[in-house]
Write a protein of this length. Structure first.
Lengths: 304, 323
């Protein structure tokens, strides 16, 4: 039987009011609209794109054309249509972002929960490793691996992002697990004879869900930025696959002449990443019971 | 304090050693070598390449090469850069100060700016100014580093040609300038890269500074300050800020890796010949010893920065005990 005495905010006020609280936040609404647009353009790219994103339309007469009616966002030096590449590029960003973060989250949560729950030498070894990994700039690792092994396919790139992205989550989950381990409801569950696995799945994981969800949302934003950065350096997704960073790379040698190659994909990245970050912030505030309602003066009571 | 320092130094040394070793192995395992691509032209036969490899010891087993590299590095010899045809130490000695200048200036400026913005926000949390600054900061926080650099370059170097687009000095005129002219020339070349990096860092710093300030708002001494009639604004500036500055010192150390990464893109866009550009070039030319040395120097800098921040935080706050 379950005797759950934990008090995450969601269980006090209920998921429906939680959602209402979230939707009252203008950041949530903006984020949902933006992410919906990006997701739809990724799914329906074949229907929306006026041209094939990798087709070199007319290398003699059409390279590097500024925006026009036929090509609303212009063409690149290989005479490819930028609008079509932009639409298809959203697929790369979303696929790598979602895929890498899902993988990193499941792995990080597992490692963190095991380290926090088992403790002892296992914990020490895992956390020393995480400490060391966190002190290395992630971009440095990505650049070294990606550039040494040449342009990567979508799957290896996603795995690489996931492999370098789980450290912080595992630390977060471990800290939460350690804090929970001695709480009454866990002790009660243990006294009632619940197995460690059951305690982990039924009691610990629901309580780390909130911070993990926030970390995941912000993590997607970060991965999208990293993928764009690698593609800008010419070591991201293998050409001629359209990716937002790669479009910018195609115009990087002549920024002042080919400004449309820099401007439009960059705005797409900015808007998408902004939406993820805004959603992450809104989620964090919604999960935080101390969060003040908008527009009120702070109270100076020390109950927090 | 001394034991704490020794422990942290040992820890940092282990991390640096691991990072360098992993880099060394990765670089050597990767396809290609310094002589495969660079000498890809008619007239250079495979025998020539092979004899070059032998003369640099690249035909030896990886373990042997590694041991030799470590023992040389321990004596301060970082090896020979094949792509620059100079000792690695000289190449890095040229590049490192340029990056330190860029990163150091940006770190100082962004901390000053970030703290000011956070204080302006928390003087009336949830108010209109707080919300608008928050949105702008979130937007800046979401900008891809390289894209911001490109856009700033496009606007202020090409559309409004106020500043030079690349390099650290004017390649032709610099040598013929007076002393003050040269100084001005250097400053003009610094403006765009430093501005870009500062904007990027400010977004992250003020987000943290704001939450650190909000954290101390509900404390007893803040209530006392308000109760004895200090205005809210003054309470934030005089009382909350002092207590909320501490997390920022620690953050400065933790933020170094991100700043080093941002500096790489900024250096690339503005052709600023620092460590980032150096490392990127070294990787493409498979300049093994230069790559490993660049990673070594970067990880030492990052580890020292984090350690310095921790010591500074301990010095600033007697409540933090180091043991």
């Amino acid at each position: 039987m379950d005797v759950d005495l934990s008090e995450p905010l969601a269980s006090i006020i209920g998921p429906r009011r939680m959602l209402a609280r979230l939707l009252r936040d203008s950041r949530t609404r903006i984020a949902i609209v933006v992410l919906l647009i990006v997701a739809l353009s990724a799914v329906f790219a074949p229907l929306l794109a006026p041209y094939d994103p990798t087709a070199q339309l007319d290398i003699v007469r059409l390279p590097s054309q500024p925006p026009s009616l036929a090509h609303p966002l212009g063409t690149d030096p290989y005479s490819r249509d930028v609008l079509s590449r932009l639409l298809y590029g959203s697929r790369v960003s979303l696929a790598v972002g979602l895929g890498a973060v899902l993988l990193a989250m499941s792995f990080g949560i597992t490692v963190g929960a095991v380290a926090g729950f088992v403790g002892g030498a296992v914990d020490a070894v895992l956390m020393r490793f995480v400490d060391a990994a966190l002190s290395i700039p992630r971009l440095l690792v990505l650049i070294i691996v990606a550039s040494l092994w040449g342009s990567l396919g979508l799957v290896p790139l996603t795995l690489l992002m996931a492999g370098t992205g789980w450290f912080a989550v595992s630390r977060l989950v471990r800290a939460e697990t350690l804090a929970l381990r001695e709480r009454e409801f866990i002790v009660a569950a243990r006294a009632l004879g619940a197995s460690p696995l059951r305690i982990l799945v039924r009691h610990v994981l629901p309580n780390v869900a909130a911070p993990a969800l926030v970390a995941a949302t912000l993590g997607i934003a970060n991965v999208i930025l990293l993928e764009a950065g690698l593609s800008y350096l010419g070591i991201g997704v293998r050409p001629p696959t359209a990716s937002w960073g790669a479009i910018i790379q195609d115009g990087a040698e002549r920024v002042s002449d080919l400004w449309w190659l820099t401007l439009f994909p960059g705005l797409a990245i900015l808007v998408t990443v902004f939406a993820c970050n805004a959603l992450g912030d809104a989620l964090r505030d919604a999960f935080d019971p101390r969060q003040l309602p908008r527009g009120t003066e702070p109270t100076f009571a020390s109950e927090a | 304090m001394r034991r704490f320092l020794a422990g942290r130094l040992a820890q940092a040394a282990i991390v640096v050693f691991l990072v360098t070793t992993v880099t060394f192995v990765l670089v050597h395992l990767a396809p290609g070598d310094p002589f495969a691509a660079a000498l890809e032209r008619p007239g250079v036969t495979e025998e020539v390449r092979q004899s070059l490899r032998e003369s640099f010891g690249l035909d030896r087993p990886l373990g042997e090469q590694y041991v030799r590299w470590v023992s040389n590095a321990a004596r301060g010899d970082l090896g020979w850069s094949i792509s620059y045809r100079r000792p690695v130490r000289d190449v890095i000695a040229d590049a490192l100060p340029r990056t330190l200048l860029l990163v150091g200036l940006s770190l100082v400026l962004s901390f000053a700016l970030g703290i000011v913005v956070a204080v302006l926000q928390t003087e009336r949390p949830g108010g209109r100014r707080d919300r608008w600054l928050g949105r702008i900061l979130l937007l800046l926080y979401s900008v891809p580093d390289f894209w911001l650099a490109l856009v700033v370059l496009l606007i202020f170097a090409f559309w409004l040609p106020l500043f030079p687009p690349s390099g650290i000095v004017d390649p032709v005129a610099h040598d013929y300038m007076s002393f003050s002219g040269r100084l001005l020339d250097r400053l003009r070349h610094l403006v765009l890269p430093v501005t870009t990096l500062t904007l990027l860092a400010t977004a992250a710093i003020s987000r943290h500074q704001r939450s650190a300030l909000m954290e101390v708002m509900p404390s007893d001494w803040m209530r006392t300050a308000i109760a004895k009639g200090v205005s809210h604004r003054r309470a934030v500036r005089r009382h909350a800020l002092r207590n909320a500055l501490l997390p920022s010192i620690t953050l400065a150390g933790l933020y170094l890796p991100a700043l080093a990464a941002g500096a790489l893109f900024v250096e690339k866009v503005y052709s600023w010949p620092g460590m980032g550009l150096l490392a990127a070039n070294a990787i493409t030319t498979r300049d093994y010893q230069l790559v490993t040395a660049a990673v070594l120097v970067t990880s030492v800098a990052v580890a020292l920065g984090a350690l310095l921040a921790e010591v500074a935080a301990a010095a600033a706050d007697p409540r933090i005990r180091v043991s």
